[in-house]
Design a protein around this ligand. Structure first.
Ligand code: ATP
Ligand code: MG
Length: 271
């Protein structure tokens, strides 16, 4: 792995990139997955690279929905398997959710590579690999619609970290409760999901687990109450407002990086 200097100002973000590159080299991540990550990074920059209050509220609603579900399923792609394999396994254990490999760019090799990575992280059962993905989601074309009849097909709640808009829409039309994790509050996925966590999967998955541990012993009435009080439209609106306010503040302050700001002021004095 490429050595990242610990004092690099963007060390954390670079470490995440290295994990994805490693995942790409091991055959888990598709080329398009690398590009999708870049889009996510850009929104993370705007959000401030931390979990916001609305994102934590959405994670709490997600935990409640998963605990209430009869058949909760976590859909995993190459990016997710590279970035948070252990965290996915822990979440599945806490919420009794099944794990299903579900890919936009399906190849048998990639499915197997993802399955292996998850098993190495401690997963006992992985759905959706090879012939197991024998059922189809209506409305989607060819290989993009394959799902496992023991998993997503019969699921009532599906967690889709990093899903494509089309497929999120199709899952909604199959009457499933869709929980999405997407850094872009404007994406079709973010807009179609029942619960959208606008946060990086790196932070969002452990947040849902933490919330699920806290909520685990509540009655189903209490959990339903949490869901009833959650409004995804409003939550997305709050996220857009956070970005707007943050940008307005940064624009007013002139420049983002404090040291650069100092240099800039000195330069103005000389002029
Ligand atoms: P949509 O199809 O939903 O309209 P899109 O076509 O713009 O979205 P896709 O390439 O289909 O985007 O999906 C990638 C999505 O995943 C992007 O919206 C991006 O913001 C998000 N994303 C990428 N990496 C992460 C990450 N680490 N955490 C959270 N979200 C991420
Ligand atoms: Mg898309």
């Amino acid at each position: 792995m490429f050595e990242i200097p610990p004092d690099h100002p963007r060390a954390e973000s670079l470490k995440i990139r290295e994990k994805l590159i490693e995942g790409f080299e091991k055959g888990l991540v598709a080329k398009a997955g690398l590009i999708a990550h870049g889009r996510g990074e850009a929104f993370d920059y705007l959000i401030g690279e931390e979990t916001t209050k609305p994102a934590m509220e959405a994670a709490k609603a997600a935990a409640a929905a998963m605990l209430l579900a009869k058949h909760p399923v976590i859909s995993v792609n190459g990016n997710v398997a590279s970035l948070v394999p252990k965290e996915i396994v822990e979440l599945s254990e806490v919420t009794r959710a099944k794990i299903e490999v579900n890919l936009f760019y399906r190849t048998r090799e990639r499915e197997e590579a993802i399955k292996n990575a998850l098993e190495e992280a401690g997963a006992k059962e992985i759905l959706g690999v090879g012939e197991a993905a024998s059922a189809t989601i209506p409305e989607l074309s060819s290989w993009r619609r394959k799902v496992d009849p023991r998993g997503i097909l019969i699921a009532d709640v599906v967690l889709v970290p990093l899903e494509d808009g089309d497929r999120t829409e199709a899952l909604r039309k199959m009457n499933k409760t869709v929980i999405a994790i997407d850094l872009n509050p404007l994406s079709r996925t973010a807009q179609w999901a029942n619960i959208t966590i606008v946060d990086n999967v790196i932070r969002a998955i452990p947040n849902i687990t933490e919330q699920a541990k806290k909520l685990k012993n509540l009655s189903s009435d209490k959990l339903k109450e949490i869901l009833k009080n959650f409004d995804n439209r409003k939550n997305l609106g709050k996220m857009i407002e956070i970005i707007k306010d943050r940008l307005a503040k940064l624009a007013k302050e002139g420049i983002y990086i404090p040291e650069a700001s100092q240099v800039y002021k000195e330069m103005r004095k000389i002029e």
